[in-house]
Design a protein around this ligand. Structure first.
Ligand SMILES: Cc1cc2nc3c(=O)[nH]c(=O)nc-3n(C[C@H](O)[C@H](O)[C@H](O)COP(=O)(O)OP(=O)(O)OC[C@H]3O[C@@H](n4cnc5c(N)ncnc54)[C@H](O)[C@@H]3O)c2cc1C
Length: 822
């Protein structure tokens, strides 16, 4: 039945079909849920916990300074009094995010009025090492707009002037702090429209949407900000102002640097001005709100709408019935459609000819009703009704969080899996006894809605309170589910605090895949250290129920390995310190003793972390077995170096000794070769950095050196080695680049035994460990599988027996392998 609150109904033929279809429609399980009495739900109010308390593993980076009186004096000298907020009550709204999930402890918010003031603040903060959080309208949904600790909030809402508008080209130049709706209203007066719209338009800023590369409701029609933003004015962290505001629509004279800032979430600069291309405001806008009984019907309607509405289709939004129940509770209005439907769709058309557009929409709807794809629907008659219908879509965000809070996930998925995510999560929450109608259940409901035209689904888990229990059931489940179904875990909201601090798998495993992982034991507890692409290192602790709990993440804010092109080549755990080395030569020694053992005191206790650069590129990195501050690394062009990182009182410094101890490997061979692996055969004493080395280069030679005697090899053998292990005092095992395994006798430096085709396919990682009976266990990781072999010493030889094969997820490559002895 059509809603009486909307005056103009869909034509009579369509209405008849709609009524008939509604009566005939099978009542699905979801409809049964929908019939719950909304008012019986109970909602709780809450105080927002400090983020630092909710995430105790996230630590303040002690390299940042604390705010001092002299800093305030400086800010007072450049800003008017009204631009400096210090009052605890007034600071609350700048410290808390929109979802009321994250709460920082900032003691200062600065609200500059000019780009020059932003520049002065950043220059000073950079020199003083004061942490800054850029903030726009504070409507972001991933916790990025508020501090975690005591960072200064730099809020740009006083940068709120429209700078210029060219009514011929449609180019708007504006301050970053102009509210989106204000910009759109200004454009409406000129006959233009802002090419993006979203539910938070009354609060979010033009700069904020650019910083997050927001997608919004009309991406289907006007495309992404990467296309419409023409230029930006940005203040870099050191205070430099860079501007491309005068950019032309077509300009190929060099790199398009502004693209870096679109979606950079305030990490590389503060946007102070935006130049954006705005389209003419459509003269005719129609909105239809439809009820459908299945996701399949939604898909059919979408395809039909694209085919039949073509160029005038400007939005196609989906909402499930549970999202509308939350909305009814929140808006306290009757729903536009009287009966409950499993799904609702909002279709918007925007064009220039009212009669033509209306006709097109009506024909489309009539045919959809007649074919029983849609069951009910209404069309807005005027601007007020149009806005009202949009409320039922835009209100879902707010409606989801008023019960106490909301866990929000913003994913892109192939359309065949789009809604299955919501079902999977609702089932999981129910199975775990967390979702229910009454106060004892933390979860009110899991609802789905979004921009189906862009494959972007929003999953909102509305809760009465935030609990670790709910979080553990949701994460990493949601991320893994999305990853498995070839989706993206952040379609438009960004990464920021929420996702950066999650144990996530990225879409298709590209961005966060584990490059190196080791298992280590401290105080009888086992830990895993996993180094991921992008520079972060995660420490997991083994728990009693054989799960692994993520207890600490570092790396992303230490400014090492951040380059996504960099690669971790080594992770070594020694004396409560984790040593990591990347291909670009960044060595970071992180003291883990405060995390592994609170009572632990040793001479490292004053060291939080130490970051050193060694000559790059590095392909292997190891520590001296006895002298823990000596590290050996090898890389391209046969270069090796031995570095000594030593202590001066309570500071740790690196002494570069390469000029004395550099080894020139096979100088006369002109081909470029990489040191692929090396073994430290004998390390004379703790006080000596001299040692005997066996060095292997890929596609080249195996050489032995005595670093105390010579920089030239004492002996060499033509064998292209990938990886080596020492079996006993005189025998080493080498895996060569052609998947052969060779036993080398160090006494005569000759191959003693050889096995062919030990692993077919690319050999990506390998580990060897001696068992208690003297045999060895060898694990080889390649594509799709891991293979294990046993090496049994028999007189002077070794017998190799294949033991077991473990299949991994198809298409994956085992990049790191570590045998755990139990
Ligand atoms: C009801 C509701 C509906 C929403 N709907 C959508 C939607 O449909 N599509 C969508 O994509 N998003 C949506 N969002 C989230 C969206 O990301 C934000 O609303 C908006 O893009 C952020 O703008 P803001 O000015 O509020 O930025 P903030 O929330 O203040 O900041 C967001 C991030 O950008 C950074 N930042 C802010 N301003 C600047 C600046 N000038 N320079 C550098 N960095 C800056 C912050 O540090 C932070 O990391 C919605 C949010 C709400 C509350």
């Amino acid at each position: 039945m059509l809603s009486s609150s909307i005056k103009r109904s869909i034509c009579s033929a369509a209405r008849r079909s709609a009524v008939g279809a509604a009566q005939r429609a099978p009542v699905s399980l979801r409809l049964a849920t929908a019939n719950r009495v909304v008012s019986s739900r109970t909602y709780a109010s809450k105080v927002v916990q400090f983020t630092a308390d909710s995430y105790p593993n996230v630590k303040r980076d002690e390299r940042f300074s604390q705010l001092e009186d002299k800093d305030l004096e400086f800010f007072k000298s450049i800003l008017p009094e009204t631009s400096i907020i210090q009052d605890e009550g007034d600071l609350l709204s700048y410290n808390e995010d929109w979802m009321r999930k994250y709460r920082g402890q900032s003691k200062l918010t600065l609200k500059p009025k000019t780009t020059e003031q932003v520049s002065q603040i950043l220059k000073y903060a950079n020199e003083r090492k004061l942490a800054i959080v850029p903030q726009g309208g504070n409507t972001g949904l991933v916790g990025g707009s508020v501090p975690v600790f005591d960072e200064i909030v730099l809020n740009v809402s006083n940068l709120n002037q429209i700078r210029s508008f060219d009514s011929t080209s449609g180019i708007l130049k504006t301050d970053a702090g102009v509210v989106l709706e204000v910009a759109d209203q200004y454009l409406a007066e000129q006959g233009y429209i802002f090419p993006l719209d979203l539910g938070a338009k009354g609060s979010c800023h033009v700069g904020g949407i650019v910083a997050t590369n927001a997608g919004g409701l009309r991406l289907l029609r006007y495309g992404s900000l990467h296309g419409t933003v023409l230029g930006l004015e940005v203040v870099l962290p050191d205070g430099r102002i860079v501007s491309s505001l005068d950019a032309l629509r077509k300009d190929n004279t060099g790199y398009d640097l502004k693209q870096l800032f679109i979606g950079s979430e305030g990490t590389i600069g503060i946007i102070t001005g935006v130049s954006i291309l705005c389209p003419s405001r459509p003269k005719s806008v129609n909105v239809a709100f439809l009820g459908l009984e299945s996701y399949d019907a939604v898909m059919k309607t979408f395809v039909k709408a694209k085919n039949e509405l073509g160029e005038i289709l400007s939005a196609f939004e989906i909402m499930d019935v549970n999202s509308q129940i939350l909305n009814e509770h929140h808006l306290k209005q009757s729903h536009p459609l009287e009966d409950k439907h499993a799904f609702y769709v909002l279709i918007e058309t925007s064009g220039s000819n009212t009669t033509h557009d209306e006709e097109k929409l009506n024909t489309f709807l009539e045919s959809a009703f007649e074919n029983e794809i849609i069951n009910d629907g209404v069309i807005a008659q005027d601007e007020t009704q149009l806005k009202n219908l949009w409320t039922w879509r835009e209100g879902v965000s707010e409606a989801s969080q008023i019960g106490g809070g909301v866990y929000k996930y913003d994913c892109s998925l192939p359309l065949e899996h789009y809604y299955k995510l919501i079902d999977a999560v609702r089932n999981r929450l129910t199975e775990n006894g967390l979702l229910g109608e009454t106060e004892e259940f933390p979860v009110i409901d899991a609802v789905g809605y979004g921009h189906i035209g862009d494959g972007n689904v929003h999953l909102n888990v509305a809760v009465r309170r935030y609990t670790k229990e709910v979080e553990k059931v949701l994460e990493p489940f949601v991320y893994e589910w999305v990853s498995e179904h070839k989706g993206s875990i952040s379609a438009e909201h960004g990464l920021d605090f929420k996702i950066r601090n999650s144990t996530i798998l990225d879409k298709r495993g590209r961005d966060y895949f584990v490059q190196k992982a080791i298992v280590f034991t401290s105080q009888d507890t086992e830990y895993i250290a996993a180094a991921r692409r992008g520079g972060s290192i995660q420490i997991y602790k083994s728990c009693y129920n054989s799960n692994w709990e993520l207890i600490y993440v570092y790396g992303n804010n230490l400014n090492f390995g951040n380059d996504s092109e960099d690669h971790f080549v080594s992770l070594i755990y020694r004396d409560d310190c984790l040593h990591s080395c990347s291909c670009l030569g960044k060595v970071v020694i992180q003291n883990l003793s405060p995390i592994l053992n609170e009572n632990h005191t040793n001479d490292l206790s004053l060291l939080n972390y130490l970051s050193i650069s060694v000559a790059s590129p590095v392909s292997c990195f190891k520590l001296h077995p006895l002298h823990r501050w000596v590290a050996i690394s090898g890389g391209k062009d046969r270069e090796m170096e031995i570095n000594d990182f030593y202590a001066l009182t309570h500071f740790w410094k690196m002494k570069h000794t390469s000029s004395i101890e550099d080894l020139y490997l096979d100088k006369y061979d002109s081909d470029t070769k990489w040191v692929q692996d090396f073994l430290i055969i004998e390390a004379t004493s703790v006080n000596s950095k001299h040692m005997n080395l066996v060095v292997a280069s890929k596609f080249g030679k195996l050489m032995c050196f005595d670093t105390g005697v010579s920089m030239y090899p004492l002996d060499s053998l033509d064998i292209p080695v990938n990886k080596m292990f020492q079996l006993d005092d005189f025998k080493i095992l080498c895996l060569d680049s052609f998947n052969n395994m060779n036993l080398i006798n160090l006494r005569n430096f000759k191959v003693e035994q050889s096995w062919n085709d030990i692993e077919t396919g690319p050999l990506a990682s390998i580990d060897l460990q001696r068992e208690s009976n003297g045999d060895f266990l060898l694990a080889i990781g390649g594509k799709d599988s891991i293979k294990c072999y046993q090496l049994e010493p028999q007189f002077n030889k070794y017998k190799v027996t294949p033991l077991k094969k473990f299949n991994m997820k198809k298409g994956s490559i085992c990049s790191s392998i570590s045998i755990i002895t139990t």
